[in-house]
Design a protein around this ligand. Structure first.
Ligand code: AMP
Ligand code: MG
Length: 419
């Protein structure tokens, strides 16, 4: 049995970024760039109006001071409409947000500044504008003010969330080069297990870990490959493991503790998966197994044997599989773990002798302070107690924490705001 910190170190040492691939931008959300994105154009590519209003010459306003400026409208420019015609002294162009500033104009006065009912003045009519706080250049996004042609708009290591996909599109990237999406095979073992669609007979248990792990994988931008349920028979487990070893990661649930039918470690080794560790000093999740299958220069598979008890499986996923998937995706280790914070307990919480306990809690921010309310939870088989848990308290071994004590917590979802 090893310490948690050592186990995390061993996982991190094996979880290297997957090979980079050229991907369609439209399919690349969630990926991490292995090459930067550069722009092929200035953005904006021309001076652009940021307001609906009138494109004007600054000199007309600077000369007027606080007074109303009357200008003859000579153009009407919707977004997408351009002109070679110049705005001359004493004239203005009606202009909409997103349209190119016409030659001669160097500022935009918003339509709200038009007075005496002249806001809708069309070509040939006069608009009266009152803009005492006029600034030359106002309400114009200058050419290349966001970025210039050739600029690196996204560096290596950027994760493509919606904003990054948008800026890549703005820069003209139809494809990006990013670490491949991890394919994660999920195999649940146990002769007692039945599909969630079935009503379990006496002695049977619904397979909750299969759907849970598939969801956890998908939520981390990896691709779950469900392999179904294997009964606790060596041939059944071996066949399914061999199938799973084609993936980048194989997650097994069950069969890694000390029972007579806990066959998984033995069969994994027989299938060429080398154990890195088995058993970690932690609760729940002590029986967790980790290993790797190498094939010369070929792709390797990381293998996690998660305990069958559902809460243990999920805690081990959060602690070990989550950072591994992040690092395979190309993120630095520091960005891959659940964030840690300190929180004040709203009720007492007992630890366990000899092992730190990860205990589900609800987090709330009250008057600037993070508070953790331990949830009703009966232990490693109690998944319901984890549903709705925004955090996992880390109770040190043997500790009996009291209300008001400060404890470390892993943050799963942002805390509620309480008053
Ligand atoms: P094991 O780790 O195989 O010894 O299983 C420990 C406990 O977790 C047993 O009560 C199993 O029935 C239960 N269990 C194992 N796999 C699953 C699963 N996929 N879904 C729900 N419970 C499970
Ligand atoms: Mg079992």
């Amino acid at each position: 049995m090893i310490e948690l910190a050592e186990a995390l170190r061993l996982v991190a040492a094996e979880a290297k970024p997957l090979p980079a691939r050229r991907e369609l931008l439209a399919l690349a959300h969630g990926r991490v760039l292995a090459e930067p994105v550069r722009s092929d154009i200035d953005s904006p590519a021309w001076d652009r109006s940021m307001m609906d209003g009138f494109a004007v010459r600054s000199e007309d306003f600077l000369a007027a001071g606080d007074a109303v400026v009357e200008l003859r409208v000579v153009l009407d420019l919707a977004a997408g409409v351009t002109t070679q015609e110049a705005v001359l002294p004493g004239t203005a162009a009606r202009i909409m947000t997103g349209a190119a500033i016409p030659p001669g104009a160097d500022a935009v006065v918003p339509v709200e500044r038009a007075i005496d009912g002249t806001a809708t003045a069309g070509v040939g009519r006069c608009v009266r504008l009152h803009e005492p706080a006029f600034r030359p250049g106002q309400h114009i996004a200058r050419q290349a003010s966001a970025f210039a042609a050739g600029d690196e708009v996204l560096p290596v290591g950027s994760r493509l969330t919606a904003a990054e996909v948008g800026v890549a599109a703005e820069a003209g990237a139809t494809h990006v080069v990013a670490a491949a999406k991890a394919r994660v095979a999920i195999l649940t073992t146990g002769s007692e297990l039945v599909d969630a669609a079935a009503v379990p007979a006496y002695g049977q248990t619904r397979n909750s870990n299969g759907p849970m792990l598939a969801a956890a994988v998908a939520l981390l931008e990896a691709e779950p490959i469900p392999l179904g349920i294997a009964a606790d028979r060596p041939e059944a487990i071996r066949a399914a493991i061999q199938q799973g070893l084609a993936a980048d990661v194989l997650l097994l649930s069950g069969g890694v503790s000390a029972g007579d039918f806990d066959l998984v470690p033995e069969i994994l080794e027989a299938c060429g998966v080398r154990q890195v560790f088995h058993k970690v000093r932690l609760k729940p999740g002590k029986p967790v197994w980790f290993g790797k299958c190498e094939r010369g220069q070929g792709p390797r598979t990381l293998v996690f044997g998660l305990p069958g008890n559902p809460a243990s499986a999920l805690v081990c996923f959060e602690l070990f599989v989550r950072p591994a998937l992040g690092m395979l995706a190309g993120l630095p280790e520091s960005a891959c773990h659940l964030p840690r914070a300190e929180a004040v307990l709203t009720a007492g919480c007992r630890g366990a002798p000899g092992r730190p306990v990860f205990f589900p809690c609800r987090l709330a921010r009250r008057q600037g302070q993070l508070e953790a309310e331990p949830l009703r939870w009966t232990g490693s088989a109690d998944l319901r107690g984890l549903a709705g848990a925004s955090g996992l308290l880390q109770i040190p071994e043997g500790a009996a924490c009291e209300r008001g004590d400060t404890v470390e917590v892993l943050v799963r979802t942002p805390p509620d705001d309480a008053t």
